[in-house]
Design a protein around this ligand. Sequence first.
Ligand code: ADP
Ligand code: MG
Length: 257
Amino acid sequence: PSTAAARLEASGVTVRFGGLVALEGVDITVPAGAMVGLVGPNGAGKSTLFAVLSGLLRPDAGRVRMGGEDVTRASAAARARRGLARTFQRPELFSGLTVREHVVLADRVRRRGGRILRDLVTGGGFRRPSAAEDGRVAAIIESLHLEELRDREVSGLSLGACRLVEVARALATGPDVLLLDEPASGLDGRETAELAATLTRVNAEHGVSLLLVEHDVELVLGMCETVNVLDFGTVLRTGPPEEIRSDPAVRAAYLGA
Ligand code: ADP
Ligand code: MG
């Protein structure tokens, strides 16, 4: 029944790398407005599933749907235009640009698409942001509490701040669903707590559905309403954090208790 309403959904996804079955019959659903987690030990298939969802890898079997529409054969760019955004495990930022310029660029790509390139080659250069653009960009920077770092080049920022810049840039593209690839890796305890609070606020304020792929199980159990546990390429359990926490099979496979 949730099928039509789900912002993002995979069903029966199977991926083989030669003789290795990385994913087998995986089902995962990200409903509108939800925060969903995906955890699992190293090699479980998390990154592979992420690649299938974002359109970088075609599955050998199974479907991917956005808002009920089949996008299994749609490119990563086509899925982005339909409202899917992602961040990378290692932030992929432009070292010479400021925080604000990253957000301006993403906002322009959303509004003007390929025309921003034409502006550059026809001598328009990096045009000054309009008042409307300024307003949209300021709102995103504020909502991520990045005001103090707004005019700093990202090359001088901490990893934690770079993760927030990635989220800001993703939000500026106006997504319905945001995929986060291990956003807490490399962060200390305080930065992780801040990131969790920020993502929770982004979900509430922007109505963006989040799929959080994380190695840090406690972070996911603390934030997400539904958690999927992947083990050896199959979904071992899907449920609310309290069920996942007390599930004997999950504990045996992953939590090491
Ligand atoms: P996770 O992200 O959960 O650590 P991955 O999705 O990266 O797991 O990997 C799942 C399995 O697929 C692992 O056994 C990994 O070695 C294998 N694998 C991943 N990508 C490739 C690839 N491009 N070619 C061959 N094997 C791969
Ligand atoms: Mg991985």
